[in-house]
Design a protein around this ligand. Structure first.
Ligand code: AMP
Length: 356
């Protein structure tokens, strides 16, 4: 268990690490960021920073000697990096969560074995296998690379007019899964936390709207039945318990059908704080960032009580130009990540309106 004054090590220096470091400070904890490149939003707000590659063994050893625990802000931490670190210092969530969630096939198989529903899927590693899988799954379907896909990258939709070879070329011939297309009504997620001694808490279910495959808005309460809300939280608990997870994680779902016919299908697990939990900064009694720091420090979890009706909006690319007007809005929770360049599709900040 960490004590105030101790240092939390964080792999990755983006906005998620920045908001974790900002949440650690009032708890009396310092953060040491380890990231491969120099221009990082988390560096502005952290006690120590190391710029080195994730394969740099000497730098990883020095980093592990300077911190009481290591956590991360993204799921693509190389397995060898996690192994080198965990020989010297606790790595939380444990690297097993990374191993499972880094590969869509392993992840979906794991979720299905827990008795939860996922869209039908088949692993494919050649055009011939894709042809065969299309005979079973049919069209429309979605071809997704097994590894390193996010925000719709590494994906190809196979509509009736798209040939298998076009889709196979589009994802660069990488090992993949072919997944059934889900005609969903809405996309929702559960942001949850599990402590070192197995306590589990879940924030209310969020409804997520995407623009160009990037999260645009998160709204609460989600427009789903009370039964579906409970099932989503139970699914997250099942996943957290099965992973022996410590920290904050998110489970993304598709909701198909409506009313009594509502069905929840798990899309993916994010083993980290998540964009759909940003509303908790200002919108809940404990933010997901504080919650994660508490969990990996071996501390008791905080209250997940929601403080009102929530409307969280991401500021993407040029949206950031609205900052003077946003600052003038009373009661708005505003978080700007301090990135200098507003490239298209880049997450620059977010705002949350809480209607009490
Ligand atoms: P993912 O990277 O798997 O989260 O997918 C990104 C987005 O693509 C999702 O948020 C959905 O909007 C869409 N998508 C992914 N898989 C499916 C599917 N099987 N059926 C329908 N839409 C999907």
């Amino acid at each position: 268990m960490l004590k105030p004054g101790d240092t939390v090590g964080i792999l990755g220096g983006g906005q998620l690490a920045r908001m974790m470091a900002l949440a650690a400070a009032p708890l009396g904890l310092k953060c040491h960021i380890f990231a491969p490149e120099g221009d990082n939003p988390a560096f502005d707000v952290s006690a120590a920073c190391t710029i080195a590659g994730y394969e740099d063994e000497a730098a990883l050893k020095a980093f592990s000697a300077s911190v009481a625990v290591v956590t991360y802000e993204f799921e693509n931490v190389p397995a060898t990096t996690a192994d080198i670190l965990s020989a010297h210092v606790p790595v939380l969530p444990a690297p097993r969560a990374l191993a499972i969630t880094q590969d869509r096939f392993t992840e979906k198989s794991f979720i299905r074995e827990l008795g939860l529903i996922v869209p039908d899927f088949i692993a494919v590693s050649s055009l011939e296998e894709l042809d065969a899988a299309l005979m079973t799954i049919g069209r429309p379907s979605v071809l997704k690379t097994r590894r390193l896909g996010y925000d719709g990258k590494g994906q190809a939709m196979i509509r009736p007019d798209v040939s298998a070879s076009e889709a196979w070329d589009a994802i660069g011939h990488a090992p993949a899964i072919l997944e059934a297309f889900v005609p969903f009504e809405r996309e929702v997620s559960v942001v949850a936390a599990r402590s070192l001694d197995g306590e589990f808490v879940a924030y209310d279910v969020c409804e997520n709207r995407h623009k160009h495959h990037i999260l645009d808005k998160t709204l609460l309460p989600a427009s789903i039945s009370a039964k579906t809300e409970t099932s989503a939280k139970e699914a997250a608990k099942k996943i957290g318990d099965a992973l022996g997870y410590v920290g904050v994680f998110a489970v993304e779902f598709f909701v198909a059908g409506s009313g009594d016919q509502e069905v929840l299908l798990v899309n993916e697990i994010a083993p980290r704080v998540h964009n759909s939990g940003h509303w908790t900064l200002g919108g809940a009694e404990t933010s997901q960032f504080e919650q994660h720091i508490r969990a990996v420090s071996g501390w008791p979890l905080g209250s997940v009580k929601r403080l009102g009706q929530i409307d969280m909006e991401n500021l993407i690319g040029d949206d950031i130009a609205r900052w003077p007007d946003l600052l003038a809005e009373s009661g708005l929770f505003i978080e700007l990540y301090g990135k200098r360049e507003a490239r298209a599709g880049r997450k620059m900040g977010h705002i949350t309106r809480v209607i009490r």
